[in-house]
Write a protein that binds this ligand. Sequence first.
Ligand code: PMP
Length: 469
Amino acid sequence: TAAGVPDVQTFDTRAIQELDAAHFLHPFTDHAALRDKGARVIVRGQGVYLWDSEGRQLIDGMSGLWCVNVGYGRTSISQAVYRQMETLPFYNSFFNTTNVPAVHLAAELVALAPPQFSHVFLTGSGSEANDTIVRMVRRYWDILGQPERQVIISRQNAYHGSTMAGASLGGMAGMHAQGGLPIPGIRHIGQPHYAEQGQGMSENAFGLVAAAWLEEEILALGADKVAAFIGEPVQGAGGVIIPPATYWPEVQRICDKYGILLVADEVICGFGRLGTWFGSELMGMRPDLISFAKGVTSGYVPLGGVLVGKRVAHALVEQGGDFHHGFTYSGHPVACAAALENLRILRAERLVEKVALETGPHLKAAFNQLATHPLVGHAESCGMMAGLNLVRVKGATAHACVPFARALHVGMLCRGHMFDNGVIMRAVGDRMIVAPPLVMTRAEIDDMAARIWDCLDLTLADVKARGWM
Ligand code: PMP
């Protein structure tokens, strides 16, 4: 993972941008605005660094899109993929057939997962994993003779993917406003967002209040109508929202009380992000189902899936007969070969322990230091995920800070400075977030934090020049 500068090819950026604007529709993008600006063209990655088509180096604070856990340029993964492609590039697992990498991966994932898990269903993405979960939990209750248990409870500002069911489970108002979402049978409760909603309470007291919203919703619907509750251990795309320590144990207690399945969406938190193999282990959750993707292959090739606990697996396997569900790429041998090598690297380099004991605490210290910047209200982190809030007036606590007017888009201004100065950080409103590759060293964290500080200075100067502060 050395940050040695590789031989970076440069390109005719303008020509690529023109072709891009003419033909390539991007996810979650205002294309007219992108056409005017021109997309940044990323051409190479090594370790935690990326290079663009002009040869400029960037430190990747976002692991691509929360996924490149082992960093870029791992030739052992590309070799594993190549070997598998030469041997068997594809075969399906529909018609009483299987393939060796898929079987080994399923066994390996079950061995890594908490003890209640026995089976795995493989998909091509996190969205497909969550779609699978919607069908699987409803099927589970059908098999148990309680088909009226249909409703899945989720949370506002959750992100669970972009397919019809994934976007419905998610709690993003902008997504629900397009395409007739959510689908029926999905309900959303408030999120455990202490800085926004915990005014006047201790963090732990607020955690119990936020968990009680679940019980209120269950009682309003009738427990016999509720199939499952789904949540990200730490909300990612919503802005790295770290719940109070009391939240998940209380949610677990409520799910147990009413017999409701608990689903952990570990698409981001899985595979070491929080310093444990699965985020639910850190949070005191005992989920029945886990959706995963991203870090399982470090994004080298697409793969996702659902870890299925014994409670659901028993019904599906012993009682359920045919489950009419699956994808061409369920158990894709090449993706599974990439995952096996990726998991080997995570284990061999002890990256999960490293996040828990070394780099996670170092990232926390770096963000605590960034929180002393005059533009920063407060900062938080959990493992290799961190966020800081840009505020107009600093206060002693998160609740005492005064935010900027939303319409000023100070976060986007800040993100622009970050990009222009070689650091990739994401803006969710005025919250700036990172989720770096798990291989990021302490020195690289310091490099990233120094660049962030400089860009906070540039943003502060802008904000003052515009008279916003
Ligand atoms: N769940 C969570 C928590 C996610 O963060 C994401 C993607 N960012 C998804 C599901 C969807 O995964 P995919 O984009 O692979 O469909």
